[in-house]
Write a protein that binds this ligand. Structure first.
Ligand SMILES: [Zn+2]
Length: 176
């Protein structure tokens, strides 16, 4: 196995014949489309994929454990986003595409242009589908500031104090 799984060319049909299981780690930054959404190099993608043949179809079953550094869309700080994805794919050769109706139930068809494909591309496609459009911290600092009633009460009290301390405002009040 080469050091980087990203560029590893696999033939799902050959792997399925041998009932091969592929396990390893991919650096999210090594996947160019995904990398465009990352804020930091922290994070990892662990894959555990079993290649099998079900009802004459090649299928890939397993999990992806994903950890990515994304930008929180509320406070714009970096956040670690984690998820576990179940994989149930049915790769199809170009001449197989018309057979989509007969696929084994529960598997998502992925038409492949060639028999050999980069493992990194297959994994990247799965992860990109799961990445949230607007990721948010579960406990976001910006959210806590604006929604913490104690903070906003303090803020209002400070504003009042400032208004009282302003002599021109006091004068204006007298004139009324
Ligand atoms: Zn945040």
């Amino acid at each position: 196995m080469p050091k980087s799984f990203t560029e590893l060319l696999i033939d799902p049909w050959e792997l399925a014949q041998r009932r091969q299981r592929l396990q390893g780690e991919i650096a999210p930054q090594s996947l160019s489309r995904l990398n465009a959404q990352l804020t930091q190099s922290a994070g990892q993608i662990l894959f555990d994929w079993q290649f099998e043949i079900i009802e004459h179809y090649v299928v890939i079953v397993g999990q992806l454990n994903v950890q990515l550094s994304l930008q929180c869309q509320r406070c714009l700080r970096s956040m670690l986003w984690e998820t576990r994805l179940e994989t149930a794919l049915c790769p199809l050769k170009p001449e197989q595409e018309s057979d989509e109706q007969n696929l084994p139930a529960g598997y998502e068809a992925i038409p492949l242009p060639t028999a050999r494909v980069k493992l990194g591309l297959l994994i990247e496609d799965e992860v990109l589908l799961a990445v949230p459009f607007a990721p948010l911290h579960e406990q976001c600092l910006a959210h806590e500031f604006w929604h913490d009633e104690a903070v906003s009460a303090e803020f209002e009290a400070a504003q009042k104090e400032q208004a009282q301390a302003n002599p021109f405002q006091a004068l204006a009040a007298l004139k009324r």
